[in-house]
Structure formats: C-alpha cells, structure tokens
Design a protein around this ligand. Structure first.
Ligand SMILES: Cc1ncc(COP(=O)(O)O)c(C=O)c1O
Length: 360
C-alpha cells in the first residue's frame, strides 16, 4: 500500500492507521523525543492536576512564567509561554512588521508554512553538507544585505544536528542589528546540549532578537504541547497581545513547573543521549554504508550511499516496523538523506541491524 509522504516526523498515528497497524506496532525514529521519557515528578504533577480541569487555566500562566524566568535568569516580563513553540512560530508574522524572511536551511518546515500563510516572502540561505552545514558569517552577511525583516536560525540545526557556537550566534545577532533584521533563534533542541551552549540570554537581551524554546522534546510531552519565547519586555508584551487566551492548558502548566524543578533529570538526559548518540555513530559507521553527520542533539542526519533513495529506504524500513524521517522535503537537502532519533540501546541496535540487513 502506498503511504503518504508527510512533511514532519512523528506522524505515528496516521502512518499506523494507513497501514492497518496499532501505533505500538511501530518504532518511531522519525520524531526526536527524549528516550528517557517523561520525568517521573512531571507525570505525577499532570495526574494530580486533573481535578483542576473544571476551571479555566491561569490565563497568564504566572507561576510558570516566574519559574521559567528564574531558570533563565531573566525577568518574568521577558517570558511568554505557549502551546508548543509552533504556536509562537505562527504568531511571529503578526508580531513583526514586514514581509521578507530569510531562513537558514535545511530547517523546520513550519517557519515557511507560517510565514507564507501570512503572506510573507520566504528565501533560504542553504548550508552545505560538504562542510558539515557550517555557518559562514561572511556569506550570511551578503545575504542579509538583501534586506530581510526576519532571520530564522535553529541551533542545534534540525535535521542536521550542527551546532553554532555562542560566539557565532552573537556575531549573527550583531549582523542582524546592523541590517535591521530581527533574529529568531530556535533552540527547540538546545536542552540536549546543556544550557552552556544556549545563546538565550544574549539574544533575548539584544533588543532585536527572540528565542523560541520547546519543552515537548526534552521532557517528552509532544502530545501535551508546551513551549515559550524569551525576548525583551516590550516585544514580549506585544506577543502577549497577539496570542489567544488560555493558550497553555492547566496540565501543561503543571507539567512545565514540575519539569523545571528536576535538575537531575536534565543531567541524566544530557549524558544518556550523548552516550547513545556516540555509540550509534560508531555502530552505523561500522556496519552500514550510511554516513552520520556529527551533531549535538538527540537525532542524527544520515547520508545514503550513491544510488540509494531516501523515500525507498523509508518505505523498506516501515515494512519492518521502523519509522524514520525522509529528509528530501527539507529545503537544501535532496533524496540522499534521512534522519533518525537517538533512542534506547536495544531500539538503536534494532534500527542499525535493519539498516545493515537492507544494505547487505
Ligand atoms: C526545530 C523545531 N522547532 C520547533 C518545533 C516545534 O516544537 P513544539 O511545537 O512541539 O514545541 C519543532 C518540532 O519538531 C522543531 O523540530
């Protein structure tokens, strides 16, 4: 049976439905979610909150805002919680006056969807696999001279996993300031690299930048939805006026508060994912002809050997119960790339053994 090509990873329910399977019959390597699952205390907090669902949620999510502000060492007036960071991506065209955006690619497809739906023109600045998707500041400067109102940069890159240093992001912010372009820094996966790699503070304090953070990946709650923006107080105030009321439900607010309190979970997750990712790179390189790109996140971009196509590989993997991400729909990539999540050692071993079997 032909299976629809989706524009995102994580379409577990739709793919299972199309194949007449139950979601639990498939192992989903297409969505990049913390393999340790939810923190235990967060799960308990969600369950404890159920009786409060008879009330509307705290419309300003004030306790969560204050906890996020304390976590990031900013003021609560600089934090805007949201129904996943995707909600913020869709609010940006209403927040910023303009019509031209530049996206550093390959990148999350929702940036372009949200901008185009609001009538913006979208251009891409494509990084190259030949140098590991490194960002060249002189080349970016040349593009920014074409005058854009918004620049989207995701760090670590998705689907590449490539990491920009904080110094480079500060340099990008300086370029944006020179050209009058607002920087949107998407740090959806930065928790997996540890907070030291984050440029949240400098970008949010620049007066011309906004940082998008997601809690759905690191705290394993994509089905609940929680993200937030950090920016200067004035931009944050405007963001509050364009968002809808009760945008963060009561369970998500309770989950966010419990998640932030769990320092141990953060340390364990960073160490676990780094260890499994490096083990996967070693095994993939040893027993398959796939080339993993080194990355700092909980996923790996893999290049296929010449003569193989991502779509066909994904279909064959799906036939063996494994869902992986075909990257041919990303601007700047073609059909020679797939992305896989870092999961548990047994699950990763099954993925790699299946790749090895298909390529032998
Ligand atoms: C790079 C990137 N940014 C943002 C998001 C949105 O995350 P959420 O809306 O679940 O917070 C995603 C989701 O896959 C993503 O890959």
């Amino acid at each position: 049976m032909a299976v629809t090509t989706f524009d995102h990873g994580g379409n577990l329910f739709a793919v299972a439905r199309q194949l007449g399977l139950k979601p639990q019959d498939l192992l989903d390597f297409s969505a990049s979610i913390n393999p340790l699952g939810m923190p235990v205390g967060m799960r308990r907090a969600i369950i404890d909150q159920v009786d409060q669902l008879v009330h509307y949620p705290d419309a300003g999510a004030q306790p969560l805002k204050e906890a996020l502000a304390a976590y990031h060492h900013v003021s609560p007036e600089q934090v805007c919680p949201a129904n996943g960071s995707t909600e913020l991506i869709y609010l940006l065209p209403r927040l910023v006056k303009g019509e031209r955006a530049l996206i550093i690619a390959p990148a999350f497809s929702e940036y372009a969807h949200a901008l185009e739906a609001a009538g913006w023109q979208v251009a891409y600045h494509c990084l190259s696999p030949s140098d590991g998707f490194a960002l060249s500041l002189p080349l970016l400067e040349r593009r920014l001279a074409e005058q854009y109102d918004l620049l989207f940069l995701c760090n670590p890159g998705n689907p590449t996993g490539a990491l920009c240093s904080r110094a480079d992001i500060d340099a990008v912010q300086a370029l944006c300031n020179d050209f009058g372009t607002m920087l949107v820094l998407d740090e959806a996966f930065i928790d997996f690299c540890g907070e030291d790699g984050s440029a949240t503070l400098s970008v949010a304090g620049s007066g011309n930048g906004i940082v998008l953070r997601s809690m759905t990946k690191f705290y394993a709650m994509p089905g609940l939805r929680l993200g937030y923006a950090i920016t200067d107080a004035e931009t944050c105030q405007r963001l509050e006026t364009v968002r809808g009321p009760w945008n963060v439900n009561a369970l998500a607010q309770a989950a966010g508060l419990a998640a932030l309190a769990d320092e141990r979970f953060r340390e364990q997750s960073v160490a676990y994912v780094a260890e499994q990712r490096e083990a996967m790179i070693r095994q993939l390189t040893a027993v398959t002809p796939l080339t993993p790109f080194p990355g700092g996140a909980n996923y790996l971009l893999l290049r296929l050997p010449a003569g193989y196509a991502a779509g066909e590989l994904c279909r064959k993997m799906l036939g063996r119960g494994l869902l992986i991400r075909d990257c041919s729909t990303f601007a700047g990539l073609d059909g020679s790339f797939v992305r896989v999540a870092v999961r548990t050692p047994d699950e990763n071993a099954r993925l790699i053994a299946t790749f090895a079997e298909l390529f032998c």
